[in-house]
Design a protein around this ligand. Structure first.
Ligand code: KG4
Ligand code: ZN
Length: 333
């Protein structure tokens, strides 16, 4: 018997995305319209501009997705959308369109926490689905260490007390005059740089908990830059990236050991970072832990991860109430 057909919409920030999935893991289509170029001139996401662009793109994306998946709306079993966290004016577009579809088609509706989408994304395509693990979620808005027992059963081990890791990448890139979003640019330039040239702070490494702090690191780069002359950009990128990766990897390994699980996962936009992927692979191997990294296409915002999270919840009998609002501060735990 074929699995359930899930259509998911993601519009939490500046990516308009639609995916259709046949559960548990057959992806029929995944469409993304990125607004990165539109927001680049502003050096960051402008909420009203993002919202207007979601509105103008969503219909085309939906029709294209249905066509690519060769499915009729009436064949869908469940409509899902990101409920939060994110920019409210962006969330409302995808969330309202999804609710409208669910009402018109008389289908089940599930609102998904964007962070759960990231968290579960490393399990997409795996034979046995989500299982107990320590999960590092590193995105533009969040840096979390989460202990997962099962889908929907999460314990927060730690989080950033100030800037998210991706936010630190974007802010340091801005200080260096690099385009937005800065993470991929720093990653690219760091490959030609010397990570040992500047000794930048590893904040909260000895804090005894699983929290992070990245704003001191960003400030250290701000004070360093006026003192530099000649060629320094690649070395600053490499040294900054090494400091972020060092803290993320060490705290994740410690959290896994303290929790007694044998599996570590890493997801979110920053998990695209080549140094983070290399170092966490090395560290988990040395610690005798298993590792699941989100596939690069699933690291940054996409609707596949929302469809997958919805499929996991749908199969467990979970349904959302249509009266539930989108929530820009929706918490995972
Ligand atoms: O998960 P995501 O697409 O959106 C949020 O939910 O926030 O993450 C976007 C973040 C941005 O801060 C971006 O600079 C960062 O992920 N990012 C990277 C890389 N690719 C994207 N950071 C470091 N290295 C990368 N290769
Ligand atoms: Zn995200």
């Amino acid at each position: 018997m074929s699995g359930s057909l899930i259509l998911a919409i993601e519009t939490s920030c500046d990516e308009t995305a639609v995916a259709i999935l046949r559960s548990p893991g057959e992806l029929l289509c995944s469409e993304i319209a990125s607004q990165a170029q539109i927001h680049e001139v502003f050096g960051g996401v402008v909420p009203e501009v993002a919202s207007r662009n979601h509105l103008s793109k969503i219909q085309t994306l939906l029709l294209r997705a249905l066509e690519q998946a060769r499915c009729l709306p009436k064949e869908l079993d469940c409509i899902a959308a990101t409920r939060g966290p994110g920019l409210l004016t962006s969330l409302l577009v995808g969330y309202s369109v999804a609710k409208g579809l669910a009402i018109a088609l008389r289908k089940a509706f599930i609102g998904i926490n964007h962070l759960e989408g990231h968290l579960l994304s490393p399990f997409f395509g795996s034979a046995h689905g989500p299982r107990p693990s320590v999960n590092l979620i590193v995105s533009g808005g969040h840096t979390l260490l989460v202990l997962m027992h099962d889908v929907g059963s999460y314990r927060l081990l730690g989080s950033t007390v100030d800037d998210a890791a991706g936010e630190a990448f974007d802010k340091v890139a801005k200080l260096l005059g690099l385009p937005y979003p800065g993470g991929p640019e720093i990653d690219r330039l760091a490959r030609q740089g010397d990570p040992g040239r500047f000794d930048l702070p590893r904040s909260m490494l000895g804090s005894g908990d699983f929290n992070f702090s990245f704003s001191g690191l960003k400030t250290a780069v701000r004070y360093l830059l006026p003192k530099l002359q000649g060629d320094f950009v690649a070395d600053v990128c490499a040294s900054f990236q090494a400091a972020v990766v060092d803290v993320l990897v060490r705290k994740t390994i410690r959290a896994a050991k303290a929790s007694g699980v044998d599996l570590v996962t890493v997801s979110g936009g920053v998990s695209c970072n080549s140094s983070l992927r290399f170092e966490i692979e090395k560290a988990t191997r040395e610690a005798g832990l298993k590792l699941k990294l989100a596939e690069p296409v699933l690291c940054t915002d996409n609707a596949t991860m929302i469809a997958y999270a919805a499929a996991e919840r749908f199969s467990r009998g979970y349904r959302s109430d249509l009266a539930e609002d989108a929530d820009p501060n929706l918490s995972l735990i």
